[in-house]
Design a protein around this ligand. Structure first.
Ligand SMILES: CNc1ncnc2c1ncn2[C@@H]1O[C@H](COP(=O)(O)O)[C@@H](O)[C@H]1O
Ligand SMILES: [Zn+2]
Length: 346
């Protein structure tokens, strides 16, 4: 099988995808028209062309955080947030994903409260589950927010985890890494963890070894990116040894890191260093809409750039089953990927 077909057909698990960064051009166009037709928003106010960030773009990581405001102008009502969630889940499914953990920062909008935002995403996921797609919700805390706001988000996360334990499975910390301090969010994250929610943290997206140490010592279930951890990539021996000994799985987002210029190119990405050191890794998209990618494309890039053969790529997907937050479906997913491996004699 050629690599492209293989990457498409391989059953894959998406563990790091921000809802508003994952909106495709067609989803955004659809919602923009809907809002204009229903008189909810001014069509001329949403600039879709500025949403995408390519590898040769002049935007750096900090600039990228402004592009999410474009999607945020669209996901403002129950109807459009439902469309955004449903269409995005379908796109992942069509790309061969059999399990999706979608994350999003619940926002109060002119038409939605924080509770309604969460309920809307959950209901959309319930519909997707009814037609057989296993999907879950990780509630995001933006590190730009105050401790009090983070507390409000966590209280909601706990309430909805209690109400929908199969769907609301975790809490994560994201947002511009140059803003805010991890320590400020520890009490809220601790509270979430004590209530049974799993934790993942954006970690080492910029150089901040002190914060990396604090984050790994917090022992989250997973971390995202992990760029500035290895000494060759702006970390030091302490951060690297801590990560290696922790066995914490790392969500790797190749295209995101290159397009935000956090990494110069795929060849100099830390993936290979992590893979060779046996650090648990899982390939993810981060923001497939902003960075014009898909999970099968991330597997393709990985196979081509680092010479990882198809049987090894399949085992990357298989191992991801061990890192998912919805433990009750681990067995079904493992069997599904093993079947694919056996059928294709990989
Ligand atoms: C590129 N690397 C990244 N690093 C850190 N945070 C990121 C991110 N990409 C996205 N987000 C976070 O996800 C939000 C958009 O989705 P939601 O509104 O939550 O669905 C962004 O506003 C940011 O807080
Ligand atoms: Zn992210």
């Amino acid at each position: 099988m050629d690599l492209q077909t293989f990457c498409q057909e391989l059953p894959k698990l998406e563990l790091h995808a921000h809802l508003n960064g994952s909106l495709s051009r067609s989803t955004m166009t659809f919602i923009k028209r809907f809002l204009a037709l229903t008189g909810m928003a001014d069509e001329s106010d949403v600039f879709l062309d500025e949403f995408q960030v390519g590898p040769s773009d002049t935007k750096n990581l900090s600039d990228c955080f402004q592009v999410f405001d474009i999607a945020h102008k669209l996901t403002i009502t129950k109807e459009t947030l439902t469309m955004a969630t449903a269409l995005t889940l379908r796109e992942f499914e069509r790309d061969g994903c059999c399990y999706i953990e979608l994350r999003s920062t619940p926002r109060q909008t002119a038409h939605l409260t924080i509770s309604e935002y969460i309920e809307t995403v959950v209901q959309s996921m319930k519909s997707a589950r009814e037609r057989g797609l296993i999907c879950c919700f990780i509630i995001s805390i933006n590190r730009n927010s105050s401790k009090e706001d983070a507390d409000v988000i966590v209280d909601h996360a706990i309430e909805y985890h209690t109400k929908y334990p199969d769907i609301v499975v975790g809490v994560e910390l994201s947002g511009n890494p140059a803003v805010g301090m991890f320590q400020d969010f520890v009490p809220a994250l601790d509270k979430a963890r004590k209530a049974g929610l799993k934790i993942t943290l954006h970690c080492g997206e910029i150089c901040n070894t002190q914060e990396v140490i604090e984050m790994i010592n917090f022992k989250p279930e997973r971390i995202g990116h992990g760029i500035y951890i290895h000494p060759k990539f702006g970390g030091n021996d302490t951060t690297w040894d801590l990560l290696r000994n922790s066995r914490i799985p790392v969500e790797i987002c190749l295209t995101s890191n290159v397009n935000t210029k956090s990494t110069p190119d795929f060849n100099s990405h830390h993936f290979k260093e992590f893979y060779n050191a046996n650090i648990p890794v899982v390939l993810c998209t981060d923001d497939k809409g902003v960075f014009s990618t898909s999970l099968s494309q991330e597997y393709h890039i990985c196979g081509e750039t680092y010479g990882i053969e198809q049987s090894k790529l399949a085992r990357l997907s298989l191992k991801a089953c061990n890192y998912i937050f919805a433990e009750d479906v681990r067995k079904i997913l493992t069997e599904k990927i093993l079947n694919f491996i056996n059928k294709n004699e990989l």
